[in-house]
Design a protein. Structure first.
Length: 456
């Protein structure tokens, strides 16, 4: 992997500033498209365009796809439709769809009209119809397909013709006369059975496949489960439509993980470190404002507790423990559920069993935590039993509430087809802060009235 030092970048900028095309071509020669894309990220748009024009069409197409979405959009927005169409000629259909999806409808139509390969343009149009978060939106149409009734010589002849326009060949898919997927043809079988009468006699049947409407997260789980490098995509009656490769799945998994992490951190939209100040502020401010609102509500709740705090000031010492413990327990519970939903170890159908399991865990945690605090307060505040019992009972109830909230919320969001990662961030923290205080206020008031002579 190429490393770009400050001295190297300064030299590159000087070469571009002097418009020295020969030296610039020499610097780019032999670099991997991913390294060139990384170089572009350290240049402004005019400098990147200068270098981009020096690349051959195939390398330029690969570089475009190596760029992140924002940098890619900046670059292609300065390119005419005819030039973008030339780059698409060198891309697989799934990559071409990823590129075109970033553009508005008018730009899409203009670019598609300039693609010379009518069949490729038709495939791209077909793929654009699928939801980008499904197998159909992720698949490409480049693959080797043979008929189960072909002989081996005929099969090899057709494979050679189909392979001419392909960069990578992962599997040979076998279909019937209606183009329904029947199996795969291993390379070993082609070598050991050169004169077989029909492919269907040596093919491997029942290949792992995925329906075109399957969500991407389920596709990723299948790739992991079966250790695949590519997977065929079929329609509702089993006809072969395309294939998904593992690199495309990993890109989607990474992007989903980044979105989930940001969502759990209280960032409402997908942003990067190099996004504008306004974009980052817009993504962060919603949950910050909600946090302020919850803080004001918490201060109002404490205001109703003012008389108790004036009489028994020791109660105020435990407010941070109540809020912090509830938040931590809730985030732990929700994180386990979200992780289980993401990796497939937890099925949404097991809602009740998972809730029951978490309640038992909550009971154990609540017992230990409240017991430790009860013993500590009994030793350090032997004359304030009302405070001791109030804090311990409150902690017990807060831990139980936070455990159930952290379990129920992500499971409910998943059932409503809302990203459950929302539950692992500020939502749980804020909810537990507010309800934890309410529980503490009510429990403390109850015990102070019954165990002391204080009039409340």
């Amino acid at each position: 992997m190429k490393e770009y030092t400050d001295e190297y970048l300064k030299e590159i900028k000087e070469i571009i500033g002097a418009a020295d095309t020969e030296r610039a071509r020499k610097e780019l020669e032999g670099l991997h498209p991913a390294d060139i894309a990384e170089l572009y990220q350290n240049l402004d748009i005019d400098e990147a365009e200068f270098l981009f024009k020096l690349l051959d069409e195939e390398t330029a197409a690969d570089v475009i796809m190596e760029l992140d979405e924002d940098d890619r959009l900046k670059l292609i927005s300065h390119m005419p439709a005819e030039e973008i169409a030339k780059q698409i000629d060198h891309l697989d259909t799934d990559d071409a769809v990823d590129l075109i999806q970033q553009l508005d409808r008018d730009e899409r139509e203009e670019i598609l009209s300039h693609i010379d390969d009518v069949e490729q343009a038709g495939d791209i149009i077909d793929l654009l119809k699928y939801d980008e978060d499904t197998a159909g939106g992720l698949m490409g149409t480049e693959m080797i397909v043979v008929n189960e009734n072909w002989s081996m010589p005929e099969c090899i002849k057709q494979m050679r013709l189909q392979a001419e326009d392909m960069d990578e060949i992962y599997y040979v898919y076998v279909v019937d006369n209606e183009y329904r997927l029947r199996g795969t043809l291993p390379l070993k079988m082609m070598l050991t059975h050169p004169s077989v009468s029909k492919i269907k006699h040596i093919m491997e049947t029942d290949p792992v496949s995925v329906n075109v409407d399957t969500p991407i997260d389920e596709v990723a789980l299948d790739f992991e489960k079966y250790d695949l490098v590519a997977m065929p995509v079929v329609d509702s009656i089993g006809r072969l439509l395309g294939r998904i490769t593992v690199d495309d799945v990993m890109d989607q998994v990474r992007e989903a993980s980044e979105r989930d992490y940001q969502l759990a951190s209280g960032i409402s939209s997908d942003v990067d470190a190099d996004d504008s100040i306004f974009a980052q502020t817009k993504a962060r401010i919603p949950w910050l404002l909600i946090g302020i609102a919850s803080g004001l509500l918490a201060s109002f709740i404490l205001g109703t507790f003012e008389e108790q705090l004036k009489v028994v000031t020791a109660l105020a010492l435990f407010i941070p423990i109540i809020g912090g413990t509830g938040g931590n327990v809730g985030v732990q519970a929700s994180a386990i559920v979200v992780q289980g939903l993401a990796n497939g170890s937890l099925d949404i159908k097991r809602f009740a069993s998972q809730l029951g399991k978490e309640i038992l865990i909550g009971l154990l945690n609540a017992t230990v935590i409240s017991g430790v605090v009860f013993a500590y307060n009994l030793i350090t505040m032997p004359n304030d039993f009302a405070v001791t019992i109030s804090v311990s009972v409150s902690l017990f109830l807060v831990v139980m509430f936070a455990t159930m909230l952290g379990t129920v919320v992500p499971l409910t969001l998943e059932k409503l087809h809302i990203n459950p990662a929302l539950a692992t961030g500020p939502f749980i923290q804020i909810s537990n802060d507010i309800f934890g205080l309410i529980i503490y206020v009510q429990i403390a008031t109850f015990f102070l009235r019954r165990l002391t002579d204080i009039a409340i």
